[in-house]
Ligand binder design. Structure first.
Ligand SMILES: [Zn+2]
Length: 129
């Protein structure tokens, strides 16, 4: 269907940057975390993608480690109670989650595309790579 030539790009070059996993040019999202139905450049059907909650465990590990680290550092450095570390760590954790969630979800979608993965054992995408 597409008239574009498609060279294989890494998932970091496409999905992590919020770009279509096939062409690397079209936008992957139509809104925050809302995957577009179809790439507006190459026409890849993204309506069947199903990264689900796959990105969440990675984000929890990264943001949780960072939040606990910051909280412990604040608590012991400034000898504070419990609320000061929470007040300092919470905005950092929230920002990290909001920043990384679309990137990691895009990375997982691109990896599904590149590895021709599907929940039912078949291709999720109409894959021509
Ligand atoms: Zn595309």
């Amino acid at each position: 269907m597409s008239t574009h030539s498609h060279q294989t790009r890494s998932a970091w070059q496409t999905g992590f940057r919020g770009k279509c996993p096939r062409c690397g040019e079209g936008a992957l999202y139509s809104a925050f975390l809302k995957v577009t139905d179809k790439c507006n450049v190459c026409g890849l059907d993204l309506s069947q993608e199903d990264a689900g909650d796959g990105a969440v465990p990675f984000i929890i590990i990264i943001a949780g480690t960072l939040g606990v680290g910051i909280g412990v550092w604040v608590m012991f450095t400034f000898n504070t109670g419990v609320w000061a570390p929470i007040a300092v760590a919470f905005p950092v954790v929230a920002a990290v989650v909001l920043f990384l969630l679309p990137k990691v979800k895009g990375l997982l979608i691109a990896l599904q595309y590149l590895n021709k993965a599907g929940d039912t054992g078949g291709n999720t995408f109409d894959n021509d790579t």
